[in-house]
Design a binder for this molecule. Structure first.
Ligand SMILES: *Cc1c(COP(=O)(O)O)cnc(C)c1O
Length: 367
């Protein structure tokens, strides 16, 4: 059905396809964690999580505590890893059965205190190691300190040890990535040996799984690939984009040579031209960087360049050579002209374009 207003259409059949494809790359015993941070990569974390739960997903991850709380409020019962918690939220984390990533001595100690205060025993936590991304995580030489703290803290149980790759999508960085994998294996094995029990191990994101399937260990953490993007045409071809951003033509104008369009009169017409005004702007996630003919939309399968500056609530596009009428559907991105095609026009990547789609845009679901 054609859009009649600006909508982000979420195709759950495509999500199932991607889920099954990723599962097919895993050994039967490897768990699949679905990353549903940032509103499920800009879609809808609750609907995505509910649907993935019906497919049998093993784990979820979010970045922040409030994202995990939203899932619990919606009735999600699958374990939820919080990748980047802050100590101020530790009570909430425990109250809502969320599982924190502990990434530094400060965070480990604060969580031990919080768990003791709430009389916890064997509370599931995940220990994060930095193996080269230099973003979050303990260093390899922190292992003895961590073990010493954990041995004195019956409040905690290490459910997993994990790390994150810096350049899993980049073939030129293979040597660096293999080094990260080797270093992670060494750390995780040392932890298990010194703890006296075996936590799960995981290191791969989507491109990690696609490019280094041998390093899947006990679990993989897939985000972007579940939403249909493989960061590489050879994988994206196997996946189906889940979200499509659609709108409509609100109004058509016929303009004369030399007239200008939009704020700051940034576009000047070269002749008798036809423009369409579309109800989507930078407040909806279409960055101003797409303005001034860097980006385009699709109308009746033809490219209509965005002219002038992107407004907060609207864009204007050139439809001089397109046969179309007010009320016709406009595609910002879909399964043919994808977010991976559109993003580079504004010097960005699918991740940023998808997660930028603001909460003002209505979500609809295909299932
Ligand atoms: C976001 C994130 C992921 C998912 O990455 P994709 O490239 O989207 O698959 C996995 N692990 C961590 C730690 C993350 O922050």
């Amino acid at each position: 059905m054609a859009a009649q207003e600006t909508v982000l259409q979420i195709d759950l059949n495509a999500l199932a396809h991607n889920y099954n494809y990723l599962r097919s790359l895993l050994k039967t015993e490897t768990k699949l964690l679905a990353v549903v941070k940032a509103f499920g990569y800009g879609s809808d974390s609750v609907e995505i999580a509910k649907f993935l739960e019906t497919l049998g997903v093993d784990y979820f991850a979010v970045a922040y505590t409030n994202e995990g709380v939203a899932l619990r409020n919606a009735g999600i019962e699958t374990p939820i890893l919080v990748l980047h918690p802050q100590a101020v939220n530790f009570k909430t984390i425990i109250d809502r059965c969320l599982e924190p990533s502990l990434y530094s001595a400060r965070i480990l100690n604060r969580f031990i205190d919080a768990a003791a205060q709430q009389n916890q025993k064997n509370y599931p936590v995940h220990i994060k190691f930095n193996t080269g991304l230099n973003r979050l995580g303990f260093w390899e030489n922190d292992v003895d300190y961590i073990i010493d703290r954990l041995k004195k803290a019956p409040e905690l149980q290490v459910k997993s040890v994990f790390s994150h790759l810096a350049a899993s999508e980049d073939e030129n960085e293979q040597e660096f990535t293999l080094g990260q994998i080797t270093s992670f294996k060494k750390i995780a094995n040392e932890i298990a040996e010194k703890l006296g029990y075996q936590p799960m191990m995981h290191q791969l994101n989507s491109s990690g799984l696609l490019n280094y399937p041998d390093a899947q260990f006990d679990m993989v953490r897939c985000g972007i690939a579940l939403y249909g993007y493989g960061n590489d045409p050879k994988y994206t071809g196997k996946l189906k984009p889940v979200a499509s951003l659609r709108s409509v033509i609100s109004q058509i104008h016929m303009i004369e040579p030399g007239e200008t369009v939009g704020y700051n009169r940034a576009y000047v017409s070269k002749g008798y031209e036809k423009t369409a005004t579309i109800p989507i702007g930078h407040a909806d996630g279409i960055s101003r960087s797409f303005g001034n003919e860097r980006g385009f939309v699709m109308i009746n399968k033809k490219k209509a360049p965005i002219i002038g500056n992107v407004c907060m609530d609207m864009i204007m596009v050139n439809i001089t050579n397109i046969d179309c009428r007010e009320g016709d559907e406009v595609v910002l991105f879909d399964e043919n002209y994808t977010a991976e095609d559109m993003a580079p026009l504004a010097n960005t990547i699918s991740y940023e374009l998808l997660t930028a789609v603001s909460q003002r845009v209505k979500r609809t679901f295909l299932r």
